[in-house]
Design a protein around this ligand. Structure first.
Ligand code: SF4
Length: 318
């Protein structure tokens, strides 16, 4: 029997999962849309991973979670490790590229930059406010131009003269794009211009003041867009590495952390069938009005968080 380590990265747009063995080989992997229902997405994810593992004689013995719903999913799966995205991505990336110095990450709704020195994170920044540099922005603009987002990057590479698109925010970019299309700019030039705009926005916001040194690894869903990869290379003057599994790096990193934790207990994929539900309420004990989230397993309160102080703490069954 092979011991397996499961990593789950649950974000607002996508949910990723990998199962690795003790040598960090990926035994199963899945990427699907969260569709506003993190618990439902994880149940679908676990089913898909279980099917991939059939016939491989693998027993998952430790689980790690990361991403915006990591705590909730950590409770749901009995995770031994619950870590933020920066740590998960850094661990995943340094496991595959021990000499990496810079990680660019652009996901569905947020983007990050992580600076690494000798395998340790020395600086980072995240942007969750401006959508202009994210995957959801590119998808909506692809749709607007009647192009599938999967073809976006290849089309961008055919451009000889990328159109200049105002990249400061989605509203500016959208109206500028419509204007440029109306005055006759070629579709491939507008698409290449959009890829460039995403990169300019990224480097001027979260990349501002950061020491961007090679080797540079580019991750997240948008890393699959060869147009954005090329726009990064043109902007920073270095090769930008994109891994086949780069979009799964958060899940991979937290699986590595679960393995390293040494905390092992048999994990059952039937967790996917257990009924979990959440309830949110506002703590009214002070002006902060913290949003408290309670998680129930078959009517038993098993975890709660969101309180900024002990006065708003909710007593749980464990
Ligand atoms: S949890 Fe603490 S800080 Fe938050 S609203 Fe309640 S009393 Fe205020």
């Amino acid at each position: 029997m092979t011991k397996g380590y499961l990593g789950i990265d649950i974000g607002s747009i996508s949910t990723k999962g990998v199962v690795i063995d003790r040598d960090n080989n990926i035994l199963a992997k899945e990427y699907l849309w969260t569709e506003g229902d993190p618990m439902g997405a994880v149940k679908r994810l676990l089913k898909a991973l279980e099917i991939q593992l059939r016939g491989q004689d693998v027993q998952v013995v430790s689980v790690g979670t990361t991403g915006s719903a990591r705590k909730l999913i950590g409770v749901m799966t009995g995770a031994s490790v619950v870590k933020n995205e920066i740590t998960a991505h850094a661990i995943g990336t340094t496991t595959v590229h021990p000499d990496v110095r810079t990680i660019f990450e652009i996901g569905g709704q947020d983007s990050k930059i992580v600076i690494i020195e000798n395998g340790f994170v020395t600086d980072y920044a995240m942007n969750t406010l401006c959508a202009a540099g994210t995957g959801s922005f590119l998808s909506s603009q692809a749709h607007r131009l009647g192009v599938s987002v999967e073809d976006f990057g290849e089309i961008a590479l055919t451009s000889k003269k990328p159109t200049n698109i105002a990249a400061r925010c989605t509203v500016f970019a959208e109206s500028d794009l419509v204007h440029k299309a109306q005055i006759g700019h070629k579709k491939e030039d507008i698409i290449a211009g959009l890829c460039k705009a995403v990169v300019t926005n990224y480097l001027n916001n979260i990349g501002k003041g950061k020491k961007i040194l090679p080797p540079i690894v580019f991750q997240g869903g948008v890393s699959k867009n060869v147009g954005v990869k090329k726009a990064f290379e043109d902007a920073v003057g270095h090769e930008v590495i994109v891994d086949e599994n780069g979009h799964l790096m958060g899940a991979f990193g937290v699986a590595v952390l679960a393995r390293r934790s040494g905390r092992e207990k048999q994990f059952s994929f039937d967790t996917a069938d257990i009924a979990f539900r959440t309830r949110g309420f506002e703590c009214g004990k002070c002006a902060n009005h913290c949003e408290i989230i309670c998680v129930y397993r078959e009517n038993e309160l098993i975890d709660a968080w969101g309180n900024k102080c002990e006065n708003g703490a909710v007593r749980t069954a464990r």
